[in-house]
Ligand binder design. Structure first.
Ligand SMILES: O=c1[nH]c(=O)c2nc[nH]c2[nH]1
Length: 479
């Protein structure tokens, strides 16, 4: 595995040739075979041509674009390979990466105290933060994650380091300094709402310095979740979001004990909200906006879902985490039916895997569990298809992080955030070339393309992610 470190613009124009698969609609994949996609020096797609082999691309597409042959790098998908949009991880805690898989039988509130806060606090050590953050960026890139909405910790220097490292590695990222000033250990909390605000502003200022156009890295306002934020802090963060128009990320309705805590901590008499629901608490503080990413949303009521929909807030569905911490099964179809935009989150380390593909397959399975308990036992409608979870992993995620129109599909004007996926092509002798060629995914040649993609979703892993690009730059290559 090799990480290609590039800071500056990639000077080469690129011509991608072969099969391209992307989401045309929520439940529909589009397959472009024998196609060509041209990407300019800024990483923007400038041509998508069907039925266009290399000869035709050189004879027609390049002259039309005014590109000389020797200025162009040609990248071809081989037999068994296809280009797919990069994955968008709409919710993960970079600082918790060392704890993936470590949760025992805990549930949310004891898990936070036992496993999570001590680890996050320890990342105030710059050397440790560098080690962890460098690793999580490499790991997620190697699984095809071209954009990640990261929570860091309360520590400003290490949060800023995470942003620096994302920029250096070329991963698109939203980076949030975690705000928390109550119900947290003394060793790991903001002293006052004012200091929390000041530190958050410092981190925002740093990101504006390293990426002034915010084209790759963006700050995101990050109240950890209602229980760990005082009402003044929630309100001040809501005001900051209004002032800066920056995105917001937080957690909502993940676990029944957490919800009971919110109801107890935030009575309507204090918040001024019409009721003490979790969504109303955020809304009363100005935190429920169309730029808000709400992780989990497992136990929302009808009224809360209507409020979330009315405000245009988005949901990050984290099925691996919700199963691991026994939080519950989010009703994604029910959310989608209300017009709520949903994406997928690995939620490391509540979630145990760095892979959005893993989250996608768990989203399918969790939706089947939801179907067992809906409409008397087997509601077809609740089940998410392979096409739908891939939509959540790409275009849905793009909308959740505010990047629709820039990434998530292969169209002229979109940016080339993409992965080259390779499956094992089984020869007549049963061999597949290199040992690792297709990982667990073998194709025999007679499968339809939808079946090949389904095999990838159910059995794929980083061995199938051959190369990854962000804004046209190669950021990961598997050797
Ligand atoms: O899955 C979660 N991970 C966290 O770190 C967290 N903090 C509050 N609520 C949370 N949920």
């Amino acid at each position: 595995m090799r990480i290609v470190q590039r800071n500056g613009p990639d000077a080469r124009r690129k011509l991608f040739l072969g099969s391209f698969v992307h989401c045309k609609a929520l439940d529909e994949l589009e397959y472009l075979h024998n196609a060509a996609v041209a990407v300019d020096k800024e990483g923007t797609i400038v041509a998508v041509e069907r039925e266009c082999d290399e000869v035709r691309a050189r004879e027609t597409v390049l002259p039309r674009l005014g590109w000389g042959e020797d200025e162009v790098e040609v990248v071809k998908a081989r037999e068994g390979q296809f280009f797919f949009p990069g994955f968008i991880d709409t919710h993960l805690h970079a600082s918790q990466y060392p704890n993936v898989g470590i949760f025992g039988k805990s549930t949310l509130l004891d898990w936070l105290n036992t496993y999570t806060f001590p680890l996050e606090a320890s990342l105030a050590d710059p050397a440790r933060a560098r080690q962890v953050y460098a690793r999580v960026i490499r790991k997620t890139l190697s699984h095809g994650t071209t954009c990640a909405a990261y929570y860091a910790t309360i520590d400003v220097p290490s949060t800023n380091l995470l942003a620096d490292l994302c920029l250096a590695a070329g991963q698109r990222a939203l980076v949030g300094r975690v705000c928390m000033d109550q119900l947290s250990p003394d060793y790991y909390r903001d002293a006052t709402p004012e200091s929390s605000l000041a530190y958050t502003r410092a981190s925002i200022a740093h990101i504006r310095t390293i990426d002034p156009s915010l084209s790759l890295i963006r700050p995101i306002i990050t109240p950890r979740f209602a229980p760990s934020c005082s009402l003044p802090l929630l309100r001040q963060l809501g005001a900051l979001a209004q002032e800066t128009r920056l995105p917001i990320q937080t957690h909502i309705s993940e676990n029944p004990s957490e919800i009971a805590l919110v109801q107890q901590l935030f009575p309507p008499s204090a918040t001024g909200a019409p009721d003490n629901s979790y969504a109303s608490v955020y809304d009363a503080a100005g935190l429920l906006t169309e730029r808000t990413i709400l992780a989990h949303a497992v136990h929302l009521t009808d009224a809360e879902a209507d409020l979330v929909a009315a405000r245009g807030a988005k949901i990050s569905h984290c099925p691996c985490s919700n199963s691991a911490l026994a939080s519950g099964a989010a009703r994604v179809r029910w959310l989608l039916d209300r017009g709520i935009v949903c994406g997928l989150g690995t939620d490391m380390s509540g979630g145990f895997s760095p892979s959005v593909l893993e989250a996608a397959r768990h989203a399918v399975l969790v939706s089947r569990h939801v179907s067992f308990t809906t409409a008397g036992g087997n509601s077809e409608r609740e089940k998410l298809s392979v096409e739908e979870v891939l939509f959540l992993a790409t275009r849905g995620g793009a909308e959740v992080v505010g990047l629709e129109g820039r990434v998530g599909k292969f169209e002229v004007g979109m940016e080339w955030d993409a992965q080259l996926v390779g499956l094992g092509v089984v020869g007549e002798d049963g061999g597949v070339g290199g040992e690792d060629e297709g990982g667990n995914v073998d194709v025999f040649g007679w499968e339809s393309w939808p079946d090949r993609v389904a095999k990838w979703v159910y059995n794929g892993d980083d061995r199938n992610t051959k190369r990854v690009w962000v804004r046209g730059r190669l950021v990961h290559e598997r050797r």
